[in-house]
Design a protein around this ligand. Structure first.
Ligand code: IPM
Ligand code: MG
Length: 365
């Protein structure tokens, strides 16, 4: 039986996860047979289990086919020690399972073209992917410290570090992704100030020569790339970049689509040559949105669409994945919006949005 571990987390995580669980219920009703397990992650896990992700939950994660992850963090956890902060749970999952390839598609649904802060003609029809390296760079590099210099000064150090193999595998993943799309990769780094940028470009070029057949490759400095993303985002197909640039560029890409509440993501490990399978975690790009948590206002689309990515990448169910994407598009086309994308139009609750999607999903199964 295919298995999923649901880690709802904090803030709006439990609300959007509950709706996504109903979508899984719909799939099961139609014979999918997903076996579900649940666990705590983030601030709630730190409070109740003494760690932002407990060893027991890590064992469950090891045993499952794929993880669905909600969101972590919130002001009530801000005073926690660095090791106990909610985000540490997510980072442990990413690192332990070597989920190096983070796919963040940004699609502008026609019904939302006016919800973006950019002009309609700039974003209408937008369909790009940010491929973010997720297990290296400044997120995990050592040393990572704050030291007391003893003279009333402290020194904080983060380390940006990349080895050849880390750049090579994410570059190859970018070429594979692009080949199934419009065949265009743009690599972004800061080679003008960073040694990791120099190596990044060199290795991406080598990977392109070795494995980039049928794909065009361009390089852009990441700051210029950020500017181009808001100036003319449709020039891109697949953008590949390191962990920190990917964090920032994907939030920009999200806003192009109208709301951070729209963006799903997949974090994938390498394909196991023996079993043909890969470890995977699926999560919305939005965070825990503490300001609206518990109010039934959250947009569940990013979480539901993350399930859609799981159907595509972990469970070889492309028809169901397409039916779910189509159901989301149809719901929006029918003018059903949560508050974040309504822009003055009447809005529906989290559950009403999920009801509308589930109804249209069932009609397509
Ligand atoms: C993201 C988030 C995380 C990150 C946080 C929650 C640690 O912003 O997935 O983009 O910085 O990677
Ligand atoms: Mg982020």
């Amino acid at each position: 039986m295919p298995s999923l571990l649901l880690l709802a987390g904090d803030g709006i995580g439990p609300e959007v996860m509950a709706e996504t669980e109903r979508v899984i219920g719909t799939l099961n009703k139609h014979g999918a047979n997903f076996e579900l397990s649940h666990g705590l992650v983030g601030g709630i896990a730190a409070v109740e289990e003494g760690a932002p992700v407990s060893d027991a939950t890590m064992e469950k994660a090891r045993a499952t086919d794929a993880i669905l992850f909600g969101a972590v963090g919130g002001p009530e956890f801000d005073h926690f020690s660095y090791d106990m902060r909610p985000e540490a749970g997510l980072l442990r999952l990413r690192k332990t399972f070597d989920l190096f390839a983070n796919i963040r598609p940004a699609i502008c649904y026609p019904a939302l073209a006016d919800a973006s802060s950019l002009k309609r003609d700039v974003i209408e029809g937008l369909d790009i992917v940010i491929l973010r390296e997720l297990t290296g760079g400044v997120y995990f590099g050592e040393p990572k410290t704050i030291e007391d210099l003893g003279n009333g000064q402290k020194r904080a150090i983060d380390t940006q570090v990349y080895d050849t193999f880390e750049i090579d595998r994410i570059a190859r993943a970018a070429f594979d992704l692009a080949r199934a799309r419009r065949g265009k990769v743009t690599s972004m780094e800061k080679r003008n100030v960073m040694k990791t940028g120099v190596l990044w470009r060199e290795v991406v070029d080598q990977a392109h020569a070795a494995a980039g057949e049928g794909v065009s490759l361009d390089h852009m400095l990441a700051d210029a790339g950020a500017m181009q993303l808001v100036r003319d985002p449709k020039q891109f197909d697949v953008i590949v970049c390191d962990n920190l640039f990917g964090d920032m560029l994907s939030d920009i890409a999200a806003q192009l689509t109208g709301s951070l509440g729209m963006l799903p993501s997949a974090s994938l490990g390498a394909v196991d040559e023996r079993t043909g399978r890969r470890r995977a975690l699926y999560e919305p790009v939005h965070g825990s949105a503490p300001d609206i948590a518990g109010k039934g206002q959250a947009n569940p689309i990013a979480m539901i669409a993350s399930l859609g990515m799981a159907l595509q990448y972990s469970f070889a169910m492309p028809d169901a994945a397409k039916a779910l994407d189509d159901a989301i598009a149809a719901t929006l086309a029918d003018g059903i919006f949560t508050g974040d994308i309504a822009y003055g139009a009447p809005s529906v609750s989290t559950t009403e949005m999920a009801n509308a999607i589930i109804e249209r999903f069932e009609a397509r199964l």
